[in-house]
Design a protein around this ligand. Structure first.
Ligand code: 2AM
Length: 186
């Protein structure tokens, strides 16, 4: 089963992201239900390992935290592949990412050791953009790269199944993990 672990932004944030997408008449916009911040892409895994991972994820001792979005960017350099909303640096997010990656490795899931660059993918550019399209994209970024986007509080994260289909991936929730603030009464 193809799976990943991600944070889903609340509807108000998704609405703001959809407005950004709508302002760019290029590429393939990510559908609202697929807007997420990936914590770990697990690729294809046996269901048994995912069950083990589920147990580990329920044990992650993280509380809720706030995230800010810090404008827009592209991956792919001179040949842009995706437009994304950048997530501002957050120690709490880094900790959660590390905890999820450690949990995955503990149950035997191999994860590539690449730098965590937290983002929410908004639009994909399949194939190579024409030079006209690249100019359009640069013009769009000149105007919108520093767009103010709403932040949000992270209350939970989710283990998703991803099914590849010709029209785009279908993401279905396998389990959701609540982040809990444990009150200290002294
Ligand atoms: P991204 O769009 O934010 O890059 C589910 O496939 C999610 O896992 C994707 O939306 C993608 O998030 C992320 N992902 C990371 N590495 C991937 C890979 N090698 N193949 C597919 N998805 C990947």
């Amino acid at each position: 089963m193809r799976a990943f672990v991600a944070i889903t932004p609340p509807e108000t944030v998704r609405d703001a992201l959809l407005r950004v997408q709508a302002a760019l008449p290029l590429g393939r916009p990510v559908p609202e239900d697929n807007l997420h911040l990936t914590l770990a892409f697990l690729d294809d895994q046996p269901e048994e390992l995912l069950r083990d991972l589920h147990e580990e994820l329920t044990e992650i001792p993280a509380g809720t935290f706030d995230l800010d979005l810090a404008g827009l960017g592209c991956f792919g350099g001179a040949a842009p592949r995706v437009l994304f909303a950048q997530v501002a640096p957050s120690e709490a997010l880094d900790r959660l990412h590390r905890s999820v990656a450690q949990a995955a490795r503990r149950v035997g899931i191999h994860l590539p050791r690449e730098r965590f660059r937290p983002h929410i993918t908004l639009t994909r550019f399949p194939g190579r953009l024409s030079s006209l399209a690249q100019r359009q994209l640069r013009g769009f970024l000149d105007i919108h790269a520093d767009a103010a986007l709403p932040g949000f509080t992270v209350h939970d994260f989710t283990l998703f199944q991803s099914t590849l289909r010709p029209g785009g991936a279908l993401h279905e929730e396998l389990a959701s993990y609540e982040l809990r603030d444990i009150p200290l009464t002294i």
